[in-house]
Ligand binder design. Structure first.
Ligand SMILES: Nc1ncnc2c1ncn2[C@@H]1O[C@H](COP(=O)(O)OP(=O)(O)OP(=O)(O)O)[C@@H](O)[C@H]1O
Length: 314
C-alpha cells in the first residue's frame, strides 16, 4: 500500500490552476522530497492531503484512506510539521508534548522525544515564549513524532536549524524511514534533499514535471557527469572518445577532464589512462540536484521518454 497516492488531483482558484492533474505516489518507508519554485503548488497539494482544502477534481489517499472522507483516521496515524508551527508562549516544550500525547492518545515519553530532536531536557522545561527559531522547529518536529506515525508530512523541516541541527534532522528522518515510516517533505534546500531523499518530485506551475530518484533524473536529463584525472604526464594518441559512453575529453595542464554520456564507462576510462601513464588523483563530478531542478523548472526539461522520467521506481 502506498503512503500517499493522488490521481488527477486538481485545485483551481478561479482562473488559477494551482495543482493540475497530479499523479503522485509515495511508498511506505521512503523519504520523498517535494520540490518546486515558489507558487508551484506544493502547499496546495499538502493542504489537500491533510483535508485543509478540498480538491476541484481527482482523488487522494493517505495510508490507504480517502483524504477527504477519512481525514480524522488519517490525522491519528500521521505526524505533521506545518509551516509556522504555532506555540503557546506560556507553556514549556514538555507541556506542549504532553498535550500532543494526550490529544493523540499516545504513550510516548516526552523526555525521549526531547532527546531525539536534540533539545536539552533543561530547555524543555523553559516556557517556549523565549525559544529561538531553531528550538521551535525542534519542538515542532518532536510533536510530529508523537504517536509513532506511519507517515510524516513535513513542510521545510530544516528551516531555522543550524548545520548541526540539519545533520541531526537528516539522521532522524533516516531512522524513521528505517522503521517503515514514509517521510514526505517540502524543501528549498536542495543539497539537503539530495543528501537524504530516496526519491524526489518536482512541481512546476501546478504540474509534477519529474518523479524519480535523483540518480535516474541525472541519467534522463543526460546531465553532466565528469571524471577529472590527474596524471603524471598527459598521454598522446589516446583516443578516449572512441570508447562508447565518452562524449568529450579536454586537457588542463596535467589533468584530463572526461565527460560521459554514460557514466558506466568510467572504470574503463580510468584503466585505459592508467595503462598509458600514472593516474595520481581521481575526482568525479555529477550534476547537482540544483542543476536538475533548474533543468526541470525553466522549461528545458527533456522531451523524450516522458513516461520514463515519471517512473516510480529506479
Ligand atoms: N487560497 C488561495 N487563493 C487563491 N490562490 C491561491 C490560494 N492558495 C494558493 N494559491 C495560488 O496557487 C498557486 C500555488 O501556490 P502554493 O502555495 O501551493 O505554492 P508553493 O509551491 O507552496 O509555493 P512556496 O514555495 O512559495 O510555498 C499560486 O499561484 C498561489 O498564488
Amino acid at each position: 500500500m502506498a503512503a500517499i497516492e493522488t490521481k488527477s488531483l486538481t485545485k483551481r482558484f478561479g482562473d488559477v490552476v494551482a495543482v493540475r492533474n497530479l499523479d503522485l505516489t509515495v511508498e511506505e518507508g521512503e523519504i520523498f522530497g517535494f520540490l518546486g519554485p515558489n507558487g508551484a503548488g506544493k502547499s496546495t497539494t499538502i493542504n489537500m492531503l491533510l483535508d485543509f482544502m478540498r480538491p476541484s477534481d481527482g482523488t487522494a489517499t493517505v495510508l490507504g484512506y480517502d483524504a477527504q472522507d477519512e481525514s480524522r483516521t488519517i490525522r491519528d496515524r500521521i505526524g505533521i510539521l506545518p509551516d509556522g508551527y504555532r506555540l503557546y508562549d506560556r507553556l514549556t516544550a514538555r507541556e506542549h508534548l504532553e498535550f500532543a500525547i494526550d490529544a493523540k492518545d499516545a504513550t510516548n515519553d516526552p523526555a525521549v522525544l526531547i532527546d531525539r530532536v536534540g533539545l536539552s531536557q533543561e530547555d524543555a522545561d523553559r516556557k517556549v515564549g523565549g525559544y529561538s527559531k531553531g528550538m521551535t522547529q525542534r519542538l515542532a518536529l518532536a510533536a510530529a513524532l508523537v504517536g509513532d506515525p506511519d507517515l510524516l508530512i513535513l513542510d521545510e523541516p530544516s528551516s531555522g536549524l543550524d548545520p548541526h541541527g540539519i545533520a541531526e534532522m537528516r539522521e532522524l528522518l533516516r531512522e524513521e524511514a528505517d522503521r517503515g515510516t514514509a517521510v514526505f517533505f517540502s524543501s528549498h534546500i536542495l543539497s539537503e534533499v539530495d543528501a537524504v531523499c530516496d526519491r524526489v518530485g518536482i512541481m512546476n506551475d501546478g504540474e509534477l514535471v519529474a518523479q524519480n530518484t535523483v540518480e535516474r533524473l541525472r541519467e534522463l536529463t543526460g546531465s553532466r557527469s565528469q571524471l577529472l584525472l590527474s596524471v603524471e604526464r598527459v598521454p598522446t594518441g589516446l583516443d578516449l572518445t572512441a570508447i562508447d559512453g565518452v562524449s568529450e575529453v579536454s586537457v588542463e595542464e596535467s589533468m584530463l577532464r572526461v565527460s560521459f554520456s554514460d557514466p558506466v564507462t568510467k572504470p574503463q576510462v580510468v584503466k585505459r589512462v592508467d595503462a598509458a601513464t600514472t593516474v595520481t588523483d581521481i575526482k568525479s563530478e555529477e550534476a547537482s540536484l540544483e542543476e536538475l531542478f533548474t533543468t526541470y523548472t525553466t522549461g528545458d526539461e527533456p522531451e523524450d521518454e516522458p513516461d520514463a522520467r515519471m517512473e516510480v521506481t529506479a
